[in-house]
Design a protein around this ligand. Structure first.
Ligand code: IFM
Length: 459
């Protein structure tokens, strides 16, 4: 860090990956074009009361029709990588079987256009837009969905693997499993704990099958999973609060980290889940854990905040309650701004799991932006957030974490799931009426920082 919490660009290696990230349903629009079938998010958005203001991804940022100008925008930031996701319902409208060439062509064009601009494509296979037909057959709580994902991964790796060398299998399985099937805030909106843990196992199985497909079809590939992780701290030093923080860590972090790093599921949490665990449901079959724990080339981490919890017996299945920290700053999502926790998390991951490399595949903040009369967006709080978190990543790197890259979430304001268009995370402002894009102050800062980092200059 240099003065004023500014990260020092000279602290990062010249070959460091610097990017911006998006996902298909959040930006593409063109929801019913060129053979794309509905995803669970199209269905969920159409159900009254599920998404704020009844909004949906039908048009979103209209990226599908604005590919070239959006890629020019990305290039103008000076990033060397772009993380995007492929919409499964564009590739296999029936979930499995017949491929849709128009869908493959869109991503092929995206990849070629990135390479022409010297930007490395980072492709996420699954960022939550499950084909509705597969949900109709049971969705993630059924094993068949993982097998269908394996087929889908085969198709995409065979088609794009000659040009795409960086692959993320699944984005945030905790969210897809728990918010989709446990608390029902996300599609498909189910509220059943056992179902959500069945889903978690099949999402991890899908990851394993995805790794297999990448290894088989993409010579020289780097492949990993992206987990959403948040360091968990006890509210006090009491034994009860420390145990609650450990349970929270089991729920949010270890449930995914342990099996992905070949250790199987954490036994304390299997016991806590009791009949809701995938083991008790008879879903963990011989060979599954080897598949899930197959070696990967990196760990992708989406991290935004931390959790501070107190013991709360009888409060849900976890018996832990998250607290607001007095005096802390919170973002528009009510997420605490806690950059030190990013450093703590990265150092802990390196110590406990020893990943070959760690990429922060998402980090950013939502605040209610306003556009000034001169057309500028002075998002000071978001700019500060990026500065503090990139500096915190630099501290982790210096401390021995194998940090290899950082992707700002997000390239542009987009459809943020149950919050619709209300929560803006972009470093580019989008006027959803006109689709005009405006680089925010945070985007200008990121661009200027990257220019210095790539020249190895101090701030
Ligand atoms: O927009 C999401 C993204 O899809 C997954 N990670 C968190 C972001 C902010 O809510």
């Amino acid at each position: 860090m240099t003065a004023n919490n500014q990260p020092n660009p000279a602290n990062f290696p010249l070959r460091f990956t610097w990017g911006v990230a998006t996902s298909s349903y959040q930006i593409e629009g063109a929801a019913f074009e060129d053979g794309r079938s509905p995803s669970i998010w199209d269905t969920f958005c159409a159900a009254p009361g599920k998404v704020l203001n009844g909004e949906n991804g039908d048009v979103a940022c209209d990226h599908y029709h604005r590919l070239d100008s959006d890629l020019d925008l990305i290039q103008s930031l000076g990033v060397n990588a772009y993380r995007f996701s492929v919409a499964w319902p564009r590739i296999l409208p029936d979930g499995r079987g017949q491929t849709n060439q128009a869908g493959l062509d869109f991503y092929s064009r995206l990849v070629d256009s990135l390479l022409t601009r010297n930007i490395t494509p980072w492709l996420t296979l699954y960022h939550w837009d499950l084909p509705q037909v597969l949900q109709d057959r049971g969705g993630w709580p059924t094993r068949d969905t993982a097998l269908a994902f394996g087929d889908y991964a085969e198709v995409v790796t065979a088609e794009l693997g000659d040009r795409v060398k960086h692959w993320i299998t699944i984005n945030e399985p905790w969210v897809a499993a728990f918010m989709g099937y446990g608390n029902g805030i996300h599609a498909p909106g189910h509220t059943d704990l056992a179902e959500s843990f069945a889903a978690s196992h099949h999402l991890l199985l899908a990851h394993g099958l995805g790794v297999q497909a990448v290894r088989a079809n993409v010579p020289g590939a780097q492949v990993g999973i992206t987990l959403n992780l948040a360091a968990a701290y006890p509210a006090t030093g009491s034994e009860a609060d420390r145990a609650a923080a450990w349970r929270q860590d089991g729920f949010a972090n270890r449930w995914y980290l342990d099996p992905v790093f070949g250790r199987g599921y954490p036994q304390d949490f299997v016991e806590l889940l009791d009949r809701a665990s995938p083991q008790a449901q008879g879903l963990v079959l011989p060979g599954d854990l080897d598949l899930v724990g197959a070696p990967t080339d990196f760990l992708g981490v989406n991290t935004y905040t931390r959790s501070v919890v107190e013991d709360a017996p009888g409060d849900g299945f976890l018996g832990a309650r998250p607290l607001h920290v007095e005096g802390s700053e919170y973002t528009g999502f009510d997420w605490e701004v806690a950059p030190q926790s990013l450093t703590d998390l990265m150092l802990r991951l390196q110590k406990d799991y020893n990943p070959a490399a760690i990429y922060i595949t998402e980090n950013g903040a939502t605040y209610p932006d306003t556009m000034n009369a001169d057309g500028s967006v002075q998002d000071e709080a978001r700019t500060r957030y990026f500065q503090q978190h990139i500096a915190a990543m630099g501290t982790a790197l210096t401390g021995g974490a194998k940090m290899a890259g950082y992707f700002a979430w997000s390239l542009m304001d987009n459809f943020d799931w149950a919050e619709g268009y209300d929560k803006r995370f972009g470093i580019v402002h989008v006027d959803f009426e006109t689709q005009a894009r405006t680089l925010k102050q945070s985007g200008q800062w990121y661009r200027d920082f990257l220019a210095r980092a790539q020249e190895g200059q101090p701030a």
